[in-house]
Each structure stands twice: as C-alpha cells, then as structure tokens.
Design a binder for this molecule. Structure first.
Ligand code: PMT
Length: 219
C-alpha cells in the first residue's frame, strides 16, 4: 500500500534465524532466510509506519527502516523487550532457536574418536514474554510446522496472548520467495490465503493489522 494507512504507528518486526554458538566457529541455526520479515518491514515502512527491524538475517538494509542486527535468541530477546513499551505492534516473523548449547567453548572443540554430546538448554520465548507484558500492543506471531499445523497454531495464538497468528507449513515457507499462509484471529476468525510472493503476503498481513488497530482504537 502506497497510502499512509499505518502513519504514526510504531511497529517492530523480527526476521531471520538466530544462531546459537557452540564454539568460536560453530553454531546451531535453522533455514530461515529473513525474506518474510524483511518483506513485512518494507511494506510497513511504505504504509507510513515507524519501523524497527530486529534481524538475524543479513539481507540488504531497507531505506527508512531502523535495522538492528542480532545473532542469538537472547540478543533478540533483549533488543525486542527493551523497545516494547514504546510500540504499537510487534510482528514476530523470526525463527528463534528454542535451545542453545549450555556451554560455549572459548576455543575450537577438537575431535576425538567417540561420539560427542552437546547439552542444550532452553532459550527464553520472546513472544510469550511479550504476551505476558502486553498492555495494548497488537501482537502478531507466526507458526511454522511440519505436522498438525492448525492445532499448533491455535495453541500458540492462545498461550502467547496473540491478536493474530499466521500459520505456514515449513516446506512452503522457509527460504522461499513465496509462501502460503492462514490467518487465525483471536476472535475466532480464520482466513486462508492463496500461495503468493512474500511481498504480497506482507501487504495482506498489514491490511489485517490495520483492521486490528481499528478494533483496538475503538475500544
Ligand atoms: O525467513 P524466511 O525464509 O522468509 O521464512 C519465513 C519463516 C518460515 C521463518 C516465517 O514465515 C515463520 O513462520 N516464522 C516463525 C518460525 C517459527 O519457527 O516459529 P515457531 O513456531 O517456532 O514459533 C512461534 C512464534 O514464537 C514465532 O512468531 C516466533 O518468532 C516466536 N518465538 C519462538 C521461540 C522463541 N524462543 N521466541 C519467540 O518469540
């Protein structure tokens, strides 16, 4: 949308994977490219919003968007949470690692003959914390699954106190230029979208967000 439908709204978008270090040269991560989150940030900027992008991906910076680069889930947590008070909406398109290695070796881990065990510990759930601290911010989350997509989507919508949950199959979404998503709104409405390029999906997400702002402004 070239029109200024989101003028004055302060929106934070997260994008990309997180990387969880094992030693100075190795990490655990996932297949997120950042394309979905960057497309949302660009569309929100075009719609007149004041946009911050917190990203674990290294796509080209978007003109007019404040971009904050992070590596790990804990860094993303800090950068998102400390901005939360001043925001009107958060859209969490990032694929955040649920676990990280408990110990990060200061020097390169040398191989030995036997198997190697890595103990993983839980990362904080950023979106869940946003849901807990929510005052009047509009919260939009994603769910990427290989199985039982609808069931998991509805669970995340509720447990993280979201206004909108965007569900996609892992095979449709990670790394692709297109995506196929379904919207689940907190009021029970469901909207199934066709497969389309991520920039177009981003426009649909921001249309939905405008609707949510209208609903919460009229409360
Ligand atoms: O980057 P692309 O290649 O364009 O791919 C897009 C995408 C597949 C990454 C995106 O469309 C998507 O679905 N993002 C969420 C991926 C995901 O793994 O979600 P999840 O089901 O693990 O997490 C649910 C929600 O909680 C997400 O909004 C996630 O950002 C958030 N979360 C998860 C874990 C955690 N520790 N903190 C979080 O905030």
């Amino acid at each position: 949308t070239g029109d200024q439908t989101l003028k004055g709204k302060r929106i934070l978008v997260t994008a990309g994977p997180t990387k969880e270090a094992l030693d100075p040269i190795r990490f655990f991560s996932n297949q997120s490219s950042g394309k979905m989150g960057y497309a949302i940030a660009a569309a929100a900027q075009r719609a007149g919003a004041d946009v911050t992008l917190v990203t674990g991906a290294q796509l080209g910076d978007i003109k007019g968007v404040t971009t904050v680069h992070v590596t790990s889930a804990r860094e993303m947590y800090d950068e998102v949470i400390r901005r939360y008070n001043g925001l009107d909406a958060v859209i969490k398109a990032a694929a955040v690692a649920d676990y990280r290695p408990e110990n990060v070796s200061a020097s390169k881990i040398k191989k030995s003959d036997g198997p190697m065990m890595v103990k993983m510990v839980r990362n904080p759930d950023i979106l869940k914390e946003l849901g807990r601290q929510k005052v009047k911010q509009v919260l939009v989350g994603f769910a990427a699954e290989t199985d039982d997509l609808e069931e998991n989507a509805l669970k995340k919508l509720e447990s993280k106190h979201l206004d909108l949950l965007i569900a996609n199959h892992a095979s449709d979404s990670f790394g692709n230029d297109t995506n196929k998503v379904t919207f689940y709104f907190a009021n029970g409405r469901k909207q199934v979208l066709e497969r389309m390029p991520k920039p177009q999906i981003a426009e649909e997400i921001l249309d939905a967000l405008s609707g949510l702002f209208e609903m919460s402004d009229s409360k």
